[in-house]
Design a binder for this molecule. Structure first.
Ligand SMILES: [Fe+2]
Ligand SMILES: [Fe+2]
Length: 214
């Protein structure tokens, strides 16, 4: 059962959306961390989805959601880069040690980059509580956590996400699109995310000739 919203959901192509620029100083603080595991693609696209989710769920603290999604995977930059491939994309990758490590490092990075930009301890604690466990904790514990989890998945439904993820896992785009529909859509926690995922995936499948190239 997903969390409903009474607010009409913007399901237009995410690529047509310009995200807000008030967090540009924070983006500039994580340039080095953005060069790991395609974070410089994943984080901005997921950030754009997070902003749309915040519009659909105004009860969430949008700044917490936006800062948490922006920083959530920065910790990959401090994990042995070879292990991202050997452990992070193979075998039982959802339980791999590197997953826990990237969460811990991401919390450290949040505690390093946020204070100089004026964020206080209470706010930083709310952000790190979401980063810690975003991949490995089974349950969401707040609406902000929920929106970060959905934004983290939604980028995969775009042609860009399909391209990167299918190449990471060694899948054809057609196989990956089928997997998105069968396995990732059911993991989404909000009705707004399901609507955006369905719309993005339907467009991507037409664009990428998935039916013809199956
Ligand atoms: Fe992650
Ligand atoms: Fe992520």
């Amino acid at each position: 059962m997903t969390i409903p919203t009474a607010i009409p959901v913007d399901t237009s192509p995410i690529a047509a959306t310009a995200a807000n620029d008030d967090l540009d100083p924070l983006w500039r603080a994580i340039v080095d961390e953005s060069r790991s595991r395609q974070n410089d693609i994943h984080l901005p696209i997921s950030f754009a989805f997070a902003e749309r989710l915040c519009q659909a769920y105004p009860e969430a603290d949008a700044l917490v959601v936006r800062v948490a999604i922006l920083l959530h995977d920065t910790g990959w930059a401090r994990v042995d880069q070879d292990r991202i491939i050997s452990e992070g994309f193979a075998g039982d990758w959802r339980r791999a040690d590197v997953r826990y490590e990237h969460e811990r490092h991401g919390c450290d990075i949040a505690r390093e980059v946020l204070p100089p930009l004026g964020y206080d301890d209470e706010f930083i604690g709310r952000v790190t509580a979401i980063i810690d466990g975003h991949d490995t904790r089974q349950e969401s514990y707040s609406i902000e956590d929920t929106l970060v989890r959905d934004a983290d998945r939604l980028w995969r439904f775009t042609p860009t996400g399909i391209a990167l993820a299918s190449s990471w896992f060694g899948y054809t785009p057609a196989f990956y699109c089928a997997r998105l529909r069968a396995e990732i859509v059911p993991e989404l926690l909000t009705e707004a995310a399901v609507q955006m995922a369905d719309a993005e995936l339907a467009r991507a499948e037409v664009l990428l000739k998935i039916e013809q190239l199956s």
